[in-house]
Design a protein around this ligand. Structure first.
Ligand SMILES: *Cc1c(COP(=O)(O)O)cnc(C)c1O
Length: 493
């Protein structure tokens, strides 16, 4: 496909403006010279060319609006379009972030109510909506941890993370100046209590856990874990990025967690991937409320106001109040579903994952054969014996029209294939995906070459993944990583 710049023809235009009906002025009289560009290199194309160019581009990629997207740990679910429309209502969309509090009462009320609902769902006492992503939520949570211990005059330098943890957990700990200590999982795929007790000394500030963990397994000994952590004076952080596993069923606050972040852009109706705006609100128990980022939103009688007078706060961590549009969508989603609806979200997420796991487990090795939560992890090690790598299986799925699952993560499972079907897929879609996976397992035994050389530009089965359209084959990932060609191609004027 040509770049829009390559379609440019001098003088061609997408719109025609009416004649100017005010006296013309030279641009140099309006804009200081040092802010003026001498050459504005914009493509010159007609409206039809613009529309066709971007419509074509939009079909070159794979997205949740075009097909099933079973990427584990990512919750690539379908989100209701009506929530996008609500976020686009003029009152929300046109609100300026520095508009006076008095004129922003509706927005403040929405954020205040959203915080209260998130408190109720998670069992926490206070929330901040500022962080723009899960990882920034982790950082904010650990900054609060640090402020909490400094305020108590305690010096604690270590954070414990299990080896199954999401990569952002140890990264956030390091960024916050902590040393991260990794503990091994046990044969059940959960935290090994004996290992934990060995490293849990008076220098540990916090344990970061994902529950359910990245193997899709519920940490059944969570009450014991939070109990012994508290006995040693440490806090326990819940990475709640994948809250769709137990929404409305169990509350991290009741399990003894002190801090949690949620990913509104996974669980609560904002699509993600591609780097769009996200939101990673953080909830804390009472003892940590004074350390929340400021301003907080307070309600007095019927008025909402921003409170900047918070001496123990870790300060501001995001411009204005975070990504407001994402909050509007989350609020609309929560109010539409209500408590029963949210519980159903979790039940369906778990049901769908277990259904697929059962269908696939006689064809792929399942390292932890237990009831899973919202996702599960297979291993391609049986296929590896035929010389077929997990990467090949992922590429072969493209031939059958499916986006690949997460592969090679979590790191503790060799040849990992991490599948999260989400709550929004029908039984028919799950069956089609399972058939493709089973077919690939059979091909591996009968004709491994076809899997090893996937994707094929003219795949049978009729449904070709957009990335293989136009005869493209497997990318040379090694060359792309070692000798990337990042030069901006010089364009003809
Ligand atoms: C996605 C995810 C994160 C990180 O969230 P971002 O918004 O991408 O920063 C952290 N932990 C877990 C378990 C996740 O799935």
């Amino acid at each position: 496909m040509k770049l829009i710049f390559e379609k440019s023809k001098p003088g061609r235009m997408g719109i025609s403006l009416p004649d100017c009906d005010v006296p013309e002025k030279k641009i140099e009289e309006l804009i200081p010279k040092n802010s003026l560009r001498s050459e504005l290199r914009l493509p010159e194309v007609s409206e039809a060319e613009v529309v066709r160019h971007y419509t074509k581009l939009s079909t070159q990629n794979y997205g949740i609006d075009t097909g099933f997207y079973p990427l584990g740990s990512c919750t690539m679910k379908y989100n209701p379009k009506v929530n996008e429309e609500i976020a686009e209502l003029p009152g929300f969309r046109s609100l300026h972030p520095v508009q006076d509090e008095e004129l922003s009462q509706g927005a403040l009320e929405l954020m205040y109510n959203l915080e209260k609902i998130l408190c109720e769902i998670t069992g926490m006492d206070g929330f901040t909506l500022q962080p723009a992503a899960g990882a920034q939520g982790e950082l904010a949570g650990l900054m609060m941890t640090k402020a909490y211990f400094e305020h108590r005059g305690e010096r604690r330098t270590k954070i414990i993370v299990p080896d199954s943890s999401h990569g952002t957990n140890p990264a956030s700990a390091t960024l916050c100046g902590y040393e991260s200590i990794t503990i091994r999982s046990n044969e059940k795929g959960t935290v090994d209590l004996k290992e934990l007790k060995k490293v849990l000394d008076g220098e540990v500030a916090c344990i970061i856990l994902t529950n359910p963990n990245t193997l899709g397994l519920f940490e059944e000994e969570i009450l014991e874990i939070t109990h012994i952590a508290h006995k040693r004076g440490a806090l326990v952080y819940c990475d709640g990025a994948n809250m769709n596993a137990f929404l409305g069923i169990a509350r991290p606050g009741d399990m003894g967690f002190d801090i949690i972040h949620l990913n509104l852009h996974k669980t609560f109706s904002t699509p993600h991937g591609g780097g769009g705006p996200g939101s990673g609100p953080v909830g804390v128990k009472k003892s940590l409320v004074p350390f929340l980022p400021k301003p907080t939103i307070e309600k007095e009688k019927d008025r909402y106001r921003l409170d900047y007078d918070r001496p123990l706060s870790i300060g501001k961590i995001k411009t204005f109040y975070g990504n407001f549009g994402v909050m509007v969508k989350a609020y609309a989603y929560l109010r539409t579903l209500g408590p029963e609806g949210l519980r159903e979200v979790a039940e369906n997420a778990v049901l769908n994952a277990n259904y697929l796991m059962k269908k696939l487990k006689s064809y792929y090795y399942l390292p932890f054969d237990r009831v899973c939560m919202h996702e599960f992890v297979l291993s391609g090690k049986r296929q590896l014996e035929e010389g077929v790598h997990t990467n090949d299986i992922a590429k072969r799925l493209l031939d059958y029209g499916f986006h690949a699952p997460t592969i090679y993560f979590p790191l503790i499972v060799s040849e990992a294939i991490m599948i999260e079907p989400t709550e929004t897929e029908s039984k028919e879609t799950l069956d089609e995906f399972a058939s493709a996976m089973i077919r690939i397992a059979k091909e591996t035994e009968e004709n491994p070459e076809i899997v090893k050389t996937a994707p094929h530009p003219t795949a049978e089965g009729g449904r070709t993944h957009p990335s293989t359209k136009g005869g493209r084959r497997r990318l040379d990932a090694v060359t792309a990583a070692r000798r990337p060609n990042l030069r901006w191609k010089k364009l003809d004027k």
